[in-house]
Design a binder for this molecule. Structure first.
Ligand code: GLU
Length: 391
């Protein structure tokens, strides 16, 4: 997983991108980078390590500009290194791009581009995208990008800027999450709403195979063929400081100390009166449907997987329903037996965990009813579940 962010407006792009990336650090932190258009030229700063290292580097090398994109990386292709970190840049240094996802046909595209004379500076799958855009670029960045994206197989949320187009930022997605933050004379892109919430509560949630051409004063949404897409802005329902570390040294420390409060908040409004039944509104299931369940499958990655193991234990002990807990990445390989009376419980803090989202889709396709436990309302996992609950 990686986090992407971008800004076009009147503020310093590095400040906005750095603040946005801090909110996305949960998505990856092996390296980071920023590209800003400075006086019509593209300037890039990249570092190996956490965002703090990028902030230090930017103190040394300030980039003065109001259009920029940033990235915090968790590598999938190519080790964490300066060369492999994003933004990736075209050979002439005019186009820069950040990417979250995996380009599955990158080897084939890379061979093709190398035959045509494009030189690669990294070992990533991502770099093919920037060279493809460069290859198709004839003065219209949006047209070149649209054409390039059509060659891609796999998952991507991409943000792109070009020194020749200092008033434009372009983004598109397939499978990886992407939102466009809506401002007044300024706009943002980001992997999730938390990264832009400090400045705006209005966002467009971009869907698969959609693209956004963004200027300071406008956002144009289209599909990948260029047909306009109509979308209502979404109002983020939670306050700007909801994702802060709250004075703790790091997030793990915060989460450990938050557990009593988190439990209380989880039950608040759901367990109102000890005499009354528990209310789980988001579940979207009738008592009969709950009563007819014969199997529960918990699915998650990392820490959430361990929460699932506890969930499985409690489900069997208290509800007496046979339960399993799967690592999301392994679920597909196992080809699990899923019947109509199976409930899948998907657990993900961010609601954007890529392997967990794939498992969710697999379970749904096989006929399971899917509910999720997430920390982020309106995250991809919450939106694709039949029901969800968040704290
Ligand atoms: N595949 C890209 C890389 O390795 C992006 C990583 C990701 O989004 O997880 O740099």
């Amino acid at each position: 997983m990686c986090g992407i962010v971008g800004y076009i407006g009147t503020r310093q792009a590095t400040e906005v991108c750095l603040a946005g990336l801090k909110r996305l650090e949960y998505r990856g932190y092996d390296s980071a980078g920023i590209a800003v258009i400075v006086d019509g030229e593209l300037e890039v700063v990249k570092v190996v390590g956490k965002l703090a290292a990028l902030a230090d580097e930017l103190e040394e090398t300030p980039l003065d500009g109001t259009l920029g994109i940033g990235h915090t990386r968790w590598a999938t292709h190519g080790k964490p290194s300066k060369a492999n970190s994003h933004p990736h840049v075209s050979g002439d240094g005019r186009i820069a791009l950040v990417h979250n996802g995996i380009i599955e046909n990158y080897a084939e595209l890379r061979d093709r581009l190398q035959e045509e004379g494009f030189e690669f500076a990294s070992e990533t799958d991502t770099e093919v995208i920037v060279h493809l855009v460069d290859r198709y670029y004839e003065g219209d960045l949006a047209a070149a990008f649209r054409r390039a994206v059509q060659d891609l197989e796999g998952a991507f949320a991409v943000g792109i800027v070009c020194a020749d187009a200092p008033d434009q930022m372009i983004a598109a997605r397939r499978f990886s999450p992407l939102v466009v933050g809506i401002g007044d004379g300024e706009n943002w892109i980001a992997s999730d709403m938390g990264a832009v919430r400090e400045w705006t509560d209005q966002v467009y949630v971009i869907d698969d195979d959609e693209m956004a051409v963004i200027t300071r004063d406008g956002i144009e949404l289209t599909d990948l063929e260029g047909n306009p897409v109509a979308r209502e802005p979404y109002t983020v329902p939670w306050p700007a400081d909801a994702a802060e570390k709250g004075g703790h040294k790091h997030f793990m420390h915060k989460e450990i100390h938050e557990q009593p409060r988190a439990m209380r908040e989880c039950l608040l409004g759901r367990l109102t009166d000890p005499e009354k039944a528990i209310t789980l509104e988001g579940l979207n299931m009738t008592e009969e449907e709950i009563g007819s369940l014969r199997k529960v499958v918990f699915t998650a990655c990392g820490t959430a997987f361990h929460a699932g193991l506890v969930g499985r234990f409690l489900m069997e002990k208290l509800a007496r329903i046979p339960s399993e807990c799967d690592l999301a990445a392994e679920l597909r390989a196992r080809d699990p037996v899923v019947l109509d009376d199976t409930l899948a419980i998907i657990v993900s803090q961010s609601g954007e965990t890529a392997d967990t989202l794939v498992a969710l889709r697999e379970l749904k396709e096989k006929g399971a009813r899917v509910v999720s436990v997430v920390n982020v309302v309106d995250s991809s996992i919450a939106r694709e579940s039949d029901g969800w609950t968040a704290r």
